[in-house]
Ligand binder design. Structure first.
Ligand code: ADP
Ligand code: ZN
Ligand code: ZN
Length: 751
C-alpha cells in the first residue's frame, strides 16, 4: 500500500487574496506523475469548481483533518510542467521582489498552455531525377495517367510540394499517392514545423582567430565554467571590439560539454545581422524568441528546449525562463539596458534573476557591455566587500578597422551668448554641410528620455534641484499655483522665472521634439533627404526595422531620432553623429541620470565611423563640465565610474546601499493617502531601531494621477537587506490589516 501523499497547490486565479497554497491529497494512481511543478486540476471552493493549479511542494503530513482534504482531480494535459529550478526561482522572486506567488509563477511560465502544433506535410521526390524523368515520359504516353503526370511533372521541377497543394490544387487522389509511395517514387514527410524566423543558415560561417585579449577572456571564462562554481564575468569592450566572437567561442565549449546556453539580447538589438551570425555558427541547435512570435511559435521553442533539441536560445529577458535542464551558461549582452528590468510585478531585473538561476544550475553568468551598469562594475572592483564579486575582462580595440570616432563638445551656452538661439550650433551646421557634400550619411540624435517638466537654465546649464536628494525638481501645474516638487522626498517650492544661480531669464523646459527638429533641418538643408524615427513613425510590427533598413540602403541622407536610433544596426556610410541636447537626461528625477546620460552619449557616438570611413561626433550641451558629458566625450569609462560611485557613496544610493521603493495606489485619493501614511509610520517605527536605514518620503508619484488612480511612493535606503525585507513584511501586514485588499495596489521594488 502506498503512503498517502499531499500536494501543496497554488491556485491559478489572479486574485491576490488566494495567493497561498492549498493542500490536496494525491490519488495513489497519480503519485508517479505528480511532482513539484506539475499542472493539476483541482475541485475548489464550496461548489467544487474545477480549476487549474500548480503543485509547488509535496509532503506526507496533512496540515489539517485528513478527512476534509480534497483530492486532486487529474493532472492537466494542457498545462506545461515547470522545471524544478524554475519553480525554485519563482519562490525566490516572490520573496526577493515582494510579489505574489501567482505573479512569480506567471513570470517563469511565459507559455502556460500547450498551443496547437503547427504541422506541415510535404510530398517529396524520392526517386533519382533521371529515373523520375524516364518514368514521366513513359506515363505521358499512357492513358489514364494524367494525375500522375501532373504530380511528377511538378515534383521534378520543384523537388517537394506542399501536401495540401498536391491534394487540393493538383487534385491528386489518395490512391494515386499510395501507388507512387509503394513504388518508392515519392515520399510524404510529416514534419513538425518549428518556424524559425531566419532561414538561410546555409551560408558559410566566418571563423575568426581570437586576438590575445579575446583569447584571454574566453579562456578565463571557460576556466570558471569548468569549476562549476556559479561565477559571474563581465566582458567590457566598446562596440565592435569583438565581444560577440568571445561569446560564440565560449558557447562552443559549453555545448560541446553537453550543456545549454541562454543568451539575452535587448529586443531592439535582435537584428537580422546578429541572429544570422549565430545561425551560421550553430545551425539548428540555436533558436530565438521574440515578442512578435505567435503563441504557437513560442510554444514550439519551449518544447524544443524541454526535449533537449536545442542548445542555445537567444531572446529578450523572458528567454531566461526557457526550460533547460542542463543549463551551463547565461549571457546578457548590453547588460546595462533598461529593458532587462520588468515593469510589472515581480519587478525583477534579468541580471539578478540570471544570477540566481545560474546558481541553481551551477552555471556561469557572462555580462557584456561597452558601458557597464554602475551596479555591475562596482562588483568588479578589487575592494568590493561581498561574495557576489564579478571577474572583469576588457577588450580595448575595435577589431580590424580604424580607431574610435573623433568627438567634439559644443558649449551651447556660448552659442546663446553669441546670439545663436537655434537648436543647431554652428559647428554642427558646418559638419552636416560637409557630410552632405561628401555624400555620406548623418544621424541626429535627440536625447528626450525622461523629459518630464524639469526646469533648467540655457545660460548656465543648471537645473533646479532638490536640496535633500540632489535630483531635479519637476513642475506641477495645479489650478492656481505652479509649484515644483521632488519626487523622491516630496520637497516643494514655487516655480521660478529667473535662474537662481545666474539670474538669466533663459530658463524653462526643453520642448523641442523630433518633428520640430526635422522641420528645422529640412529648412536649413533643403537639398537633403531626411528620415525621422520616433514613436510616431515606428508604429506597426516592424516599423523601426523598416526605417533602419531604408536608411541603411541610403534612401536618406539624415536620420533624426530619439534613443531608438542608437542601437542595433551598423551603418557603414554614417560618418557624422550629432547629439542635440546631450544633458537632457541629466535632469531625470532619478539618481541614475548621470549613468543614463553617459551611456546614451557613448552609445550614440559609437554609431559614427563603423565602416571604413572615419567618424565624427558633435555633442551639443549646456553642461560640458559635467563628468557624464566630459567622460563620454573622452570615451573614458573608468573616470566616469569613479566620479559616479563617489556620488552614490555620499548619497547612499545603490549599488552602495540597497533601496526599496514602496508604491501605493488607489482610486480614492483619501484612501491612497491613508494607506501611504500607515505604510510610512510602520516603516518609520522599525527604522528608529536601525540607524543605518533611512526613510525618504512619502512623495506623490511623478504622475500622481494616472488611469484614475492616485499614486504615492516611499523610498527606504539601507545597507542591510534583511532589515529592508523585515520592513517590507511589516508594512504588508499593517496595510493588509487596516485596509480592504481589493481597494488598493501596493507594490515593492528592490534596487
Ligand atoms: P562586438 O560584439 O563587441 O560589437 P563583434 O564580435 O561583433 O564585436 O566584432 C565586430 C566585427 O569584428 C565582427 O565583424 C567580427 O566578425 C569581427 N571580429 C571580431 N573579432 C575578430 C578577430 N579576432 N579577427 C577578425 N575579425 C574579428
Ligand atoms: Zn543660470
Ligand atoms: Zn528630495
Amino acid at each position: 500500500m502506498l503512503r498517502t501523499l499531499y500536494a501543496d497547490v497554488i491556485v491559478d486565479i489572479s486574485i491576490e487574496a488566494l495567493d497561498k497554497t492549498y493542500q490536496y491529497k494525491i490519488p495513489p494512481e497519480m503519485q508517479k506523475d505528480i511532482k513539484a511543478g506539475t499542472p493539476v486540476i483541482i475541485p475548489f471552493g464550496k461548489g467544487n469548481r474545477m480549476i487549474n493549479g500548480y503543485v509547488v511542494g509535496i509532503s506526507d503530513k496533512p496540515k489539517f483533518d485528513e478527512n476534509r482534504i480534497k483530492s486532486i482531480e487529474t493532472v492537466s494535459k494542457k498545462g506545461i510542467t515547470a522545471t524544478q529550478a524554475l519553480l525554485s526561482l519563482a519562490c525566490w522572486m516572490k520573496e526577493y521582489y515582494g510579489s505574489t506567488m501567482n505573479d512569480a509563477i506567471r513570470t517563469i511560465m511565459p507559455v502556460k498552455k500547450k498551443v496547437r502544433e503547427v504541422t506541415e506535410k510535404e510530398v517529396v521526390l524520392k526517386a533519382a531525377y533521371k529515373d523520375a524523368e524516364a518514368l514521366l515520359s513513359v506515363l505521358e504516353k499512357r492513358k489514364n495517367s494524367a494525375a500522375m503526370v501532373r504530380l511528377l511533372g511538378e515534383l521534378i521541377k520543384k523537388g517537394s510540394l506542399d501536401y495540401r497543394y498536391v491534394r487540393k490544387h493538383l487534385n491528386i487522389s489518395m490512391s494515386t499517392l499510395n501507388s507512387l509511395l509503394g513504388k518508392d517514387i515519392i515520399d510524404i514527410k510529416s514534419s513538425r514545423m518549428y518556424r524559425t524566423p531566419i532561414s538561410d543558415a546555409e551560408m558559410p560561417d566566418k571563423k575568426v582567430i581570437l586576438n590575445d585579449e579575446q583569447k584571454k577572456a574566453a579562456d578565463g571564462i571557460i576556466e570558471g565554467y569548468k569549476q562549476h562554481k556559479n561565477m559571474t564575468f563581465l566582458l567590457h569592450g566598446v562596440t565592435g571590439s569583438g565581444k560577440t566572437e568571445v561569446y560564440m567561442s565560449v558557447i562552443e565549449k559549453v555545448i560541446a560539454d553537453n550543456r545549454q546556453v541562454i543568451m539575452l539580447i535587448p529586443e531592439i538589438a535582435l537584428t537580422y545581422q546578429t541572429v544570422q551570425r549565430f545561425y551560421r555558427r550553430f545551425k539548428d541547435r540555436v533558436s530565438i524568441l521574440n515578442s512578435r512570435m505567435s503563441a504557437g511559435e513560442r510554444y514550439d521553442q519551449y518544447e524544443r528546449a524541454e526535449k533537449g533539441e536545442i542548445d542555445i536560445i537567444i531572446g529578450p529577458r523572458s528567454a531566461l525562463f526557457v526550460p533547460f535542464e542542463r543549463l551551463g551558461l547565461i549571457i546578457i549582452d548590453e547588460e546595462h539596458e533598461d529593458s532587462y528590468k520588468s515593469e510589472t510585478p515581480p519587478k525583477y531585473h534579468a541580471r539578478e534573476v540570471a544570477k540566481k538561476l545560474a546558481g541553481l544550475h551551477n552555471a556561469v553568468l557572462l555580462l557584456g557591455s561597452a558601458t557597464p551598469s554602475v551596479d555591475t562594475y562596482y562588483r568588479t572592483q578589487p575592494d568590493y566587500p561581498y561574495e557576489d564579486k564579478i571577474i572583469k575582462y576588457e577588450l580595448h580595440e575595435r577589431t580590424g578597422r580604424a580607431s574610435l570616432p573623433e568627438v567634439e563638445v559644443v558649449d551651447m551656452r556660448l552659442e546663446i551668448r553669441r546670439k545663436n538661439y537655434s537648436m543647431l550650433s554652428r559647428t554642427l551646421y558646418n559638419k552636416i554641410s560637409e557630410c552632405l557634400k561628401r555624400k555620406e550619411q548623418a544621424m541626429l540624435f535627440i536625447n528626450r528620455r525622461g523629459y518630464t517638466g524639469f526646469v533648467s537654465c540655457r545660460n548656465c546649464g543648471e537645473s533646479i534641484k532638490c536640496p535633500n536628494c540632489d535630483i531635479s525638481l519637476t513642475i506641477h501645474y495645479t489650478k492656481n499655483t505652479n509649484k515644483m516638487m521632488c519626487h523622491m522626498c516630496g520637497y516643494e517650492t514655487t516655480t521660478v522665472t529667473r535662474c537662481p544661480k545666474c539670474r538669466s531669464a533663459y530658463i524653462g523646459g526643453f520642448g523641442a521634439g523630433t518633428q520640430k527638429i526635422e522641420e528645422l533641418i529640412q529648412k536649413t538643408f533643403p537639398q537633403a533627404k531626411i528620415m525621422r524615427m520616433d514613436s510616431d513613425t515606428t508604429s506597426g510590427k516592424d516599423g523601426h526595422e523598416k526605417i533602419l533598413a531604408a536608411f541603411a540602403n541610403h534612401e536618406a541622407d539624415i536620420l533624426i531620432g530619439t534613443q531608438m536610433i542608437v542601437k542595433g544596426h551598423d551603418f557603414p556610410l554614417v560618418t557624422l553623429v550629432g547629439i542635440l541636447a546631450a544633458d537632457m537626461t541629466l535632469h531625470i528625477n532619478d539618481f541614475h541620470s548621470a549613468e543614463k546620460t553617459f551611456e546614451l552619449l557613448v552609445q550614440a557616438a559609437g554609431r559614427a565611423g563603423r565602416g571604413k570611413l572615419p567618424g565624427h561626433v558633435v555633442i551639443q550641451t549646456y553642461k560640458p563640465e559635467h563628468y557624464a558629458v566630459a567622460c563620454a566625450a573622452a570615451q573614458d569609462y573608468k573616470t566616469f565610474f569613479e566620479q559616479e560611485i563617489a556620488y552614490r557613496k555620499i548619497m547612499k544610493y545603490p549599488p552602495v546601499s540597497y533601496m526599496m521603493t514602496v508604491f501605493i495606489s488607489s482610486d480614492s485619493e483619501k484612501l491612497s493617502a491613508d494607506i501611504t501614511d500607515t505604510a510610512f509610520k510602520t516603516a518609520d517605527s522599525i527604522i528608529k531601531t536601525h540607524t543605518d536605514t533611512i526613510i525618504i518620503g512619502p512623495a506623490p508619484h511623478q504622475v500622481f494621477k494616472a488611469n484614475n488612480m492616485y499614486r504615492y511612493l516611499i523610498h527606504i535606503k539601507g545597507d542591510n537587506i534583511i532589515v529592508l525585507e523585515g520592513i517590507r513584511r511589516a508594512v504588508e501586514n499593517a496595510v493588509e490589516k487596516g485596509f480592504e485588499k481589493d481597494k488598493y495596489v501596493m507594490q515593492f521594488d528592490m534596487q
